[in-house]
Design a protein around this ligand. Structure first.
Ligand code: GLN
Length: 239
């Protein structure tokens, strides 16, 4: 079995080391004897979405998002087809905002990909916090760190989770992120997947199920990751 991971625009969308999420997916495949190839795409590269099993769009500053946004128009149709065909996407922070219709900033509108029905508006102050979210579909909470000026509204789509601590999509409705088909968008950046191996395995399982029609993932020893997760959950929600 083999998984191909496409990393879009790592030079521009790689805030807080989102690249570590790729390493996490690759390693968790390799530990299970699943081959994992990573393809990096720069801004003007053609992208053959049919050759990809997982796509990662990382975080970026407003300036970098503005640079990327024009190029997105050229891949929008193919990317939309990939999503509607249940292609797996993990989009983080700036990349999450770009999944939607637009991100309005004081410097102007950043047009998004319109892959998911959501939009983002800049607000003040920036929402900076550790964050804990819960979703019954996952075996334990998802923990991370958020730092965004944008407030995202997901128009009735399913959220990635309910906020137990932190701000989430917009600081108002206690929801964080979005799940649409096999797309996850989230404000949790940096080491999202190393901190949350259950989210990493969710993405891998979806990609394997789509490609091979089955998705049994051999369990790995995540004792240390679980202990760290429990510590964070306890520190922010139970003290
Ligand atoms: N530039 C966006 C914002 O501030 C996203 C930032 C990020 O990717 N951390 O909302």
């Amino acid at each position: 079995m083999k998984i191909t991971i496409g990393h879009l625009y790592p030079d521009l969308l790689n805030l807080y080391g989102d690249r570590g999420n790729i390493q996490c997916m690759k390693k968790r495949c390799e530990w299970r004897g699943i081959e994992a190839e990573v393809k990096e795409f720069q801004l003007t590269d053609a992208i053959d979405f049919s050759s990809l099993d997982i796509v990662l769009l990382g975080g970026g500053s407003d300036r970098e998002q503005m640079l990327v946004c024009n190029q997105l128009k050229t891949i929008q149709k193919d990317f939309k087809e990939y999503v509607e065909d249940n292609g797996v996407v993990i989009a983080v922070c700036g990349g999450y905002q770009l999944l939607g219709h637009y991100y309005d900033t004081s410097e102007g509108r950043i047009e998004g990909l319109s892959l998911v029905d959501l939009y983002t508006e800049q607000g003040s102050p920036r929402l900076i916090s550790n964050i804990v979210i819960e979703n019954e579909a996952f075996p334990y909470p998802i923990v991370g760190f958020e730092n965004h000026g944008g407030r995202t509204f997901i128009n009735g789509n399913k959220a990635l989770g309910k906020v137990s601590f932190g701000y989430g999509n917009n600081g108002q409705d206690k929801e964080e992120g979005v799940m649409y088909k096999n797309v996850i968008g989230t404000y949790l950046h940096g080491p999202l997947l190393p901190k949350n191996p259950h989210v990493c395995d969710h993405l891998l399982a979806r990609a394997l199920a789509k490609k091979y029609g089955r998705a049994e993932l051999e369990p790995l020893d995540d004792a240390q990751e679980k202990e760290a997760n429990e510590y964070i959950v306890h520190r922010f929600t139970k003290s």
